[in-house]
Design a protein around this ligand. Structure first.
Ligand code: GLU
Length: 309
């Protein structure tokens, strides 16, 4: 059987405008797809309605356009996908793999150890017989080790029960979790390659176990270094990282290009020239295998960022 055609994606959460960190993920995922003659899809991850900022999705799309990104097919919105998430949850429930949990955050904090990504839920509600009216749904994690090979970081291994614990699939307020939504959507969109920030490296084993339990294929993963601010924290929309300026795309594109360790581009005067250069020179082997790094000082000249809103 011929190998499936490469299909990548960029999946921003519209909790704020596009900043340099998200531009790096957009650029890396897009170039990987293009040099492999693949498709590149765009998905707005607005599953968590309370976190969505009005107008942010439109702003992200406009900015990507101004930066010369071209995506294939229609944009997907997670806010329109509840039925698919409900179906996946029902399937896991039929297989006896979920349980209702009414523990509060403070109850969990009081008893849980810290894991790779927050407190490890100790399974307090696993054996309860009643069904609380307002409850989250958690995955009954099999006690196993997940191992995968990241294209940049190599072998990654996680003992899920010990390092993550039974994680939430649907919150008590009815919101489906990122882990469930991303797995259902990557499969529904036929994504073969996931290229995204290394802040999500710790999420990947949870997504792989969900893929297995839902009988969905596992894509290839490549986690890119994330952009750190002067304090060493990841740039993020929540901490109001300065948005990139849609009116000055070139300096930000070049900064993201250099951040990804790519070779000096020579003279580039327009966005079209940038993309022609980038498609010709992109080399995944040059990406530094770091979980995070600051923008190199030479990277960004003034005037390519807007003041945070
Ligand atoms: N929505 C996530 C974010 O904006 C990315 C999820 C993913 O790429 O899997 O950080």
């Amino acid at each position: 059987m011929p190998a499936a055609r490469y299909r990548g994606r960029f999946a921003p959460t519209p909790s704020g405008a596009l900043h340099l960190g998200s531009l790096v993920a957009a650029l890396g995922s897009c170039l990987e797809a293009r040099v492999q003659d693949g498709e590149w899809l765009l998905r707005i991850e607005d599953v968590d309605a309370p976190r969505v900022v009005a107008g942010a999705a439109e702003d992200i799309l406009r900015t990507l356009e101004a930066f010369g990104f071209e995506w294939d097919g229609p944009v997907w919105y997670q806010s329109r996908r509840s039925e698919a998430y409900a179906e996946a949850l029902a399937r896991l429930a039929r297989d006896g793999l979920v349980y209702a949990c009414s523990c509060s955050r403070s109850q969990i904090r009081a008893v849980a150890r810290r894991g790779v990504d927050g407190p490890v839920y100790p399974g307090s509600c696993r054996a309860r017989a009643d069904r609380p009216s307002r409850a989250a749904w958690r995955l009954r994690l099999p006690d196993e080790r997940v191992v995968f090979t990241d294209a940049l970081f190599g072998r990654v291994s996680c003992e899920l029960a010990r390092e993550c614990g039974d994680f939430v699939l649907r919150r008590a307020d009815g919101v489906y979790s990122y882990q469930l939504a991303v797995v259902v959507d990557d499969a529904a969109q036929g994504v073969t390659h996931v290229v995204r920030g290394a802040d999500l490296l710790a999420s990947t084993p949870r997504q792989i176990v969900l893929q297995r339990l839902l009988a969905l294929p596992t894509p290839q993963y490549l986690h890119l270094p994330v952009v750190l601010d002067a304090r060493g924290d990841k740039l993020s929309k929540q901490t109001l990282a300065a948005p990139v300026d849609a009116r000055a795309p070139l300096p930000a594109l070049l900064a993201a290009w250099r951040f990804l360790g790519q070779s000096e581009p020579g003279r580039v005067d327009t966005v079209a020239e940038f993309w022609a250069m980038a498609r010709a020179l992109w080399d995944r082997r040059r990406i530094p295998p770091l979980r995070g790094r600051r923008m190199p000082a030479a990277g960004l000249s003034a005037g390519s960022l807007r003041a945070p809103a």
